[in-house]
Every structure is written in structure tokens, then in C-alpha cells.
Design a binder for this molecule. Structure first.
Ligand code: ADP
Ligand code: TMP
Length: 241
């Protein structure tokens, strides 16, 4: 399927319309950003690594009954997906304390969170994606009560599947962010799962293998790419077995 017009250029991906109105092509660019675009760099190879990681993860989720937008990986950095009506919410799942949680409350990084914490954020760059709750969604009509309950339950199911997957490749799934959309009024997982949108730590030495490397040291491109490549190669070996 061929790209036609550009639909949307985000901070790290570009979305294109295709000849078929129900399908889009997502181009994973080499761009990386943090602090809502305040820190910005281009790391050669990052787009294709994230496309590969996302493809492994979404294939695993689909195999386990999770409805995803994934159709086919059509090139190193392009993915064919079903077009969704995206919901303006980011769902975050935390298995261990890190990131904004340890800024918000007095808790040590790495503490296991039992049960894991589910949070929602509004997708709004101008307001730095503020944290919200189910009551906001209902009042402002961002997501219906029924859809939000479904998104929460799917997020926990995805966590179970991915905790096992990453444990098998000696990686701790610290936290991650998901975006969902609607297809025929049904909740479907969209966007991506990659080290840009999740925290991944090596089980052996607790080394960070995700975008925190860039957040802390925005110019160290080789360190970031090496870490992302390690995640991709462990997933690749897991799927070859
Ligand atoms: P951002 O919008 O945060 O800058 P990206 O660079 O990742 O993020 O841009 C990708 C955009 O594509 C996101 O806004 C995401 O919601 C949207 N998107 C992802 N998957 C789909 C899909 N299947 N259908 C429609 N839009 C999608
Ligand atoms: P946080 O600790 O900064 O709130 O992030 C939690 C998880 O969500 C982390 O894995 C990074 C991911 N995330 C995104 O992918 N995009 C975002 O805009 C934000 C705020 C977090």
C-alpha cells in the first residue's frame, strides 16, 4: 500500500494517509525529544530500531488476544496500521517507582509498586500533558466511563503479558505509556511501545535501556542507540527461539 498525503507530524513519528481510507502508514523518524520538545536530537537508526521493537511487542500482544492497530511492517522504519479515532488520553502503568512519580511523592526510585499503579494524562503539549482522573474524563467528555474502564483493564492485561515477555529477556518493565483509539466504537491499542515510551532496566545491573538515557544526557547518542539496540536484539533472539 502506498502513502498519499501527510496527515500528522508528531515529535517522533509522521503519520501518512494511504490509498485505502481505513489504513495509515506510520514513519518512525530518528528524532528524539524530551520535556515536551524542549530537548530535541536526531539519532541515526533510532526510527528503525523502535519500529522493530514495537512490531515485536504488538505481535506478542495480538497473539495474546489484545486488539492492536498493527497490520504489517512495510519497511525498516514504516508500519502499516488501521486508522483509529485516537482518544486524547495517555494511560501509564507503573510496576516500580520512577520518573514523575518520584518527583510527585517521596518514594525511592526502583521500589516495587504492588499493585501496579494506573494513571491517566491528557494529551496536551501546551499544558505539558497534565495528570487527570476518571472524573475529568466524564465531565469534559474526553473518554466515556465505559471506554475508560476498558482501557484500564486492557492496560493491566498488557502489563501481565509484557512483564513475562521482558522478564524472559532479563529486562525489568518499570513503567510504560499506551495510547488507545476507537475502531467501530471498540477500544484498540494504537501508537507505539518502545524505549521512547517505556522504562526498561537490565535485570543484572539495573542499567537503564530507555529514553531516560537521553533525558539525562541529551548529547550521548551512542549510549542511547546501544541501549535501544540491546532491547531489540534480545527481543529478536526471543522470537527466533
Ligand atoms: P506526538 O503526537 O505526541 O508528538 P508522535 O510523534 O508519536 O507523537 O505522533 C504520532 C501520532 O499518531 C500520535 O499523535 C498518535 O496519537 C497518532 N496515532 C498513533 N497510532 C494511530 C492510529 N492507528 N490511527 C490514528 N492516529 C494514530
Ligand atoms: P513519567 O514518569 O514521566 O510520568 O512517565 C511514565 C511513563 O510514560 C514512562 O515510561 C515514559 C512514558 N511517557 C511517554 O511515553 N510520553 C509522555 O508524554 C510521558 C509524560 C510519559
Amino acid at each position: 500500500m502506498k502513502k498519499t498525503s501527510e496527515l500528522y507530524r508528531g515529535k517522533s513519528k509522521t503519520v501518512y494517509c494511504t490509498e485505502e481510507k481505513d489504513f495509515l502508514i506510520i514513519h518512525f523518524r530518528d528524532d528524539i525529544s524530551a520535556n515536551n520538545g524542549l530537548k530535541f536530537q536526531n539519532f541515526a537508526g533510532k526510527g528503525s530500531i523502535n519500529n522493530a521493537i514495537n512490531h515485536f511487542v504488538m505481535t506478542k500482544l495480538q497473539d495474546n488476544g489484545i486488539k492492536c492497530h498493527l497490520e504489517n511492517k512495510i519497511s525498516d522504519n514504516e508500519l502499516l496500521v488501521k486508522k483509529l479515532i485516537m482518544l486524547p488520553i495517555e494511560c501509564v502503568l507503573r510496576n516500580r517507582a520512577a520518573g514523575s512519580l518520584i518527583k510527585r511523592i517521596d518514594i525511592k526510585e526502583g521500589i516495587v509498586l504492588n499493585p501496579p499503579i494506573f494513571e491517566i494524562f491528557l494529551k496536551n503539549d501546551m499544558k505539558n500533558d497534565p495528570m487527570i482522573n476518571h472524573s475529568y474524563c466524564e465531565t469534559f467528555g474526553w473518554v466515556s466511563k465505559k471506554h475508560l474502564i476498558t482501557m484500564k483493564s486492557i492496560t493491566y492485561k498488557i502489563n501481565d503479558i509484557l512483564n513475562k515477555l521482558f522478564n524472559d529477556i532479563s529486562i525489568i518493565l518499570v513503567d510504560f505509556k499506551l495510547e488507545f483509539g476507537l475502531l467501530n466504537n471498540e477500544i484498540v491499542l494504537g501508537d507505539e511501545f518502545s524505549p521512547d515510551t517505556a522504562r526498561l532496566w537490565d535485570i543484572k545491573n539495573m542499567d537503564k535501556l530507555d529514553k531516560d538515557l537521553f533525558r539525562k544526557n541529551p548529547t550521548n547518542s551512542s549510549g542511547v542507540i546501544q541501549a535501544y539496540e540491546l532491547v531489540a536484539s534480545r527481543l529478536s533472539n526471543y522470537f527466533i527461539k
